[in-house]
Design a protein around this ligand. Sequence first.
Ligand SMILES: Nc1nc2c(ncn2[C@@H]2O[C@H](COP(=O)(O)OP(=O)(O)OP(=O)(O)O)[C@@H](O)[C@H]2O)c(=O)[nH]1
Ligand SMILES: [Mg+2]
Length: 446
Amino acid sequence: MKPLSLAVVGHTNTGKTSLMRTLLRDDGFGEVSNAAATTKHVECATVGNGSEEWLHLYDTPGLEDAGGVLDWLEGQTSNRRDGVERITAFLDSDAAKQEFSQEAKVLRQIVHSDAALYVIDAREPVLPKYRDELTVLSWCAKPVMPVFNFTADADLSPWQHMLVRRSLHVFSSFDTVAFDFSGEMQFWDNLGVMLPERTQTDKLAQHRREEWLASDRQARQLIAGFLLDAAAYKVAYESAEQVPQIRAAMQDKVRAAERDMQGQLLELYRFYRSSIDSSELPAGAFSHDLFDTDLLKAYGIRTGKGAATGALIGFGVDAVTLGFSMGIGTAVGGLIGGLVPNWQTLSDKINGKEYLYIDAPTLTLLAARSVELLAALQKRGHAAVRNVVLPEKQQILPWQPDRLPESLKKARLEEKWSRLNGFASAAQQRIPEQNELAALLPSFTG
Ligand SMILES: Nc1nc2c(ncn2[C@@H]2O[C@H](COP(=O)(O)OP(=O)(O)OP(=O)(O)O)[C@@H](O)[C@H]2O)c(=O)[nH]1
Ligand SMILES: [Mg+2]
């Protein structure tokens, strides 16, 4: 089947290239800027699955003088001819090569496409120049779907009123920066209604839905894997003097693992050019260091008795087992309850070994930050140019530290579950627990 071809058109600076980026899931497509006439040529991008092409999207330069084109059409062509004939006469004229060359590129692309997406900056009043644009577009005799961009606080009603008067009854809202998955589904559905044949738009919607769910599943696996790595991470120490040095090294390793996981999440959602954090916004959770105790408070994570942390509270590393503060003595107590494999703890005791682990509040914080990042990425359009910024206050706390999920508690006893302990095949050792933890993390996919 022939791929659907869509021309993305509209006044200059309305976000056409931004819409392309978001629909393509490609934050590197074209050039986006706040200046007018950023896009100078028609540029095509394809959506498909490797073996099949479903969609050809054409980015076009902004329409700047549709009024001038309309004057030319009215002056130079007879109103007894139909719109396409008049547009064709225009495209063959010298004016199309000279003063209206930008406009001609756009109209030529529409004539060669199955439909046009007319991007509207919803914050703008309905000015005569936009009416002229719609008049010229309607003469191309192709379905035109208006798409509202910058919808955040805009009142769409004057626009909707004008569109309906021009028999444009189907339109979509699509803020290219604040992404809304259900909005995109609605967009494909609306477009399908306007076309003589909706197989391709249905296929695209289906593909995007599968991809959306698969990315969410994969993201949760990444986060769960990272949390298990952190929970099972342990380093033995023999004397109190060694503790500060070991602690610092452990913190560095967890910070690096967190950055790594964040990078993988960005890649999974195809934000190849985005970065997390924002130095200009101190409130962004990622501008805080992971081992900063104020951050625990900001996230509403309890660190008191309930969290049962030990002497190293505030450093995120604790001589703990099973999420509780225990010295070897208590660990032996725990083993009576059947919680710790007998021989292991006893031999450690005989060898005089104790271990440092990442404490429960920090594991909770890691989980909260990861999940918050996932939520932010799922609401981020590929047109967003600012860094990923998280809300000032923690919105999502998956659990309190005294209620760590079983899988994380269990990880405390399973050295081989952590890549941080040097076990490259850790992921294979903990498949059921990783699945269990992944399923437990909050979901935002709707
Ligand atoms: N807040 C917000 N900004 C947006 C949105 N869409 C686009 N922008 C910004 O608007 C500006 C113009 O976006 P472009 O995508 O370059 O617009 P264009 O229509 O391709 O512009 P030309 O190629 O010059 O005609 C850029 O600064 C974008 O970052 C949106 O939905 N919300
Ligand atoms: Mg552009």
